[in-house]
Design a protein around this ligand. Structure first.
Ligand code: SAH
Length: 515
């Protein structure tokens, strides 16, 4: 359901893992006119926002999460006063805008959503609340700690560990918390951990009770430190646990020994650099993350469409005359259809042609556009496509090879040799992407750098120079890429047997398992 004008949506963005955002939150983000957001929202949470949506950062820290390179920050010094946020929300809604107020976790769990709702009601502004997965539940689950358990905890309490220092008397009844028959989950409690733990022990809670601190729950690099109530303060200090972190106190913490699962994923604790163009990286990056890797996206190239050229226009005009159409990448497919579409044509323009895809990814993209590829070689290289086309009679007929500007000529040469009249059309160019400094820094301690094409190898090694992470193992998608890597002075540690993304991941998994 789209966001309605004049309404403020108090939306929970979940604890940090983008996959834990609700369907409703994504829908509202995609349709809102204005989005007011905090710092603790998942990376990429606003990627789906409308191009013309107003994005306003109103978080506490001046450290603004950059959203698609554009944002406007209301944070000048330390924090935007709550009253100002309320006023701005009211103002935007009164102007008829649909407004999303996006907060980490759940808006009504230590999120000041209640106060904002009250201010909106007082101003007679309509609002809706969209719950999110709160960190207390999510971080614990990712740490393998069930906050309730039939044998060990019949209740769970969410407690603030950081009280307003202005308050004269503590709102927390430490005796009641000490007696509480279940799990205690402290939010915002790292700084005051030692003081809070001793207050609990003084009030009668067992100092030997298991306790855990969970740092960056559900995010890349989640870390859990386990100790006892008496020793957790020290352990957290020693390990340098920082915000955001939660403290969990209770016998259920002991269940982690059995239930920890995050740390058991095959790529847990491995930092993997993905060098593909940003537009293509998401599949590889998501799979690596789901296997537990911490992914550093360091795109070395960018795809620049070249649909305005004469050769593209001519190819589109003669689309119906080709006996054979060869596509050598999913990008090529996507852009070919964009070019056809611009000329008011669709898949039927290729109805008379044999359509060949260089590999399964390209074939999948063709299928998305309504074409089942006639020829898909088993190995994902031009030579294999040439072989697979042996049975297709091209002598004296027209063939189209639609591809990137700077590709090898193996395929067109072979087709010409067999008498075809070949049009080679560059649908796009891959250009160097300047890597960002933060990603380069993060890549320094990488365990693996993955390469899926020769152009990524060349561009990345040139762009990084002596900042290439030499300690990382180099993973290549296939022999052509490996050769390019060696030509750039790299040693290739792992080469995929199947020359596609799945093959690359399989090779990486085999390598980690053996080390
Ligand atoms: N509304 C949020 C909580 C905001 S208070 C929710 O429902 O989750 C901020 C505190 O939440 C932090 O100080 C920390 O204690 C906790 N927190 C939020 N995200 C966290 C995360 N990913 N891992 C651990 N703790 C987190």
């Amino acid at each position: 359901m789209r966001a309605r004008g004049g309404v403020v949506y108090l939306v929970g963005a979940g604890p940090g893992d983008p996959g834990l955002m609700t369907a409703r939150s994504l829908e509202l983000i995609a349709s809102a006119d204005a989005i007011f957001y905090d710092r603790l929202i998942p990376p990429g949470a606003l990627d789906g926002a409308r191009e013309d949506a107003e994005l306003l950062y109103v978080g506490k820290s001046p450290d603004v999460p950059v959203v698609r390179g554009r944002y406007r920050s209301l944070t000048t010094g330390t924090s935007v006063p709550q009253e100002e946020i309320n006023e701005r929300l009211i103002e935007a809604a009164r102007a008829g805008k649909s407004v999303v107020r996006l907060k980490g976790g759940d808006p009504f769990v230590f999120g000041r959503g209640g106060e904002e709702g009250e201010a909106l009601r007082a101003a007679d502004v309509e609002f809706e609340v969209v719950p999110g997965i709160t960190a207390g539940v999510a971080a614990s689950a990712y740490a393998g700690i069930p906050v309730t358990h039939r044998d060990e905890a019949s209740a769970v309490a969410f407690v603030t560990g950081h009280e307003d220092p202005e308050k004269e008397e503590s709102a927390l009844d430490w005796e009641a918390l000490a007696r509480f028959p279940g799990t205690l989950v402290f939010y915002m409690g790292v700084k005051r951990l030692a003081a809070n733990a001793s207050a609990l022990v003084d009030a009668g809670r067992d100092p030997e009770e298991p306790a855990a601190a969970i740092e960056r729950g559900t995010m890349a690099g989640q870390r859990t430190v386990v100790a006892t109530l008496a020793t957790l303060g020290e352990a957290v200090e020693r390990e340098g646990v920082g915000a955001p972190a939660l403290i969990v106190v209770g016998p259920v913490v002991g269940r982690r020994e059995e239930l920890a699962w995050l740390e058991r994923r095959p790529l847990h604790g491995r930092r993997v650099v993905v060098t593909r163009a940003r537009a293509q990286a998401s599949g590889l990056a998501a799979t690596l993350r789901s296997l537990g890797a911490e992914v550093v996206e360091l795109p070395a190239i960018r795809i620049e469409p070249r649909l305005e050229s004469d050769e593209v226009r001519q190819a589109v005009e003669s689309a119906g005359d080709y006996a054979l159409v060869c596509l050598t990448s999913p990008n090529g497919v996507h852009l070919l259809f964009e070019a056809l579409g611009a000329a008011s044509l669709d898949a039927r323009a290729l109805s008379g042609a044999t359509v060949a895809a260089i590999g399964p990814g390209t074939a999948r993209e063709l299928a998305r556009h309504g074409i089942v590829a006639d020829v898909v070689p088993e190995r994902f290289v031009a030579e294999a496509l040439v072989e697979a086309l042996a049975g297709v009679d091209v002598a004296g007929r027209r063939a189209l090879v639609a591809r990137a500007a700077e590709a090898r000529d193996v395929l067109p040469d072979a087709l010409r040799e067999r008498g075809a009249e070949v049009d080679v059309v560059a649908l796009y160019e891959t250009v160097r992407e300047e890597p960002d400094a933060e990603a380069i820094e993060a890549a320094q301690s990488a365990d693996y750098v993955t390469f899926t094409s020769s152009s990524t190898v060349r561009n990345l090694t040139e762009a990084l120079g002596d900042r290439f992470p030499n300690g990382a193992r180099v993973v290549s998608i296939g022999p052509v890429t490996s050769e390019a890597a060696r030509a750039c002075g790299l040693e290739v540690d792992v080469e995929a047997e199947h020359h596609d993304v799945d093959g690359l991941i399989a090779a990486l998994l085999t390598d980690t398992a053996s080390r």
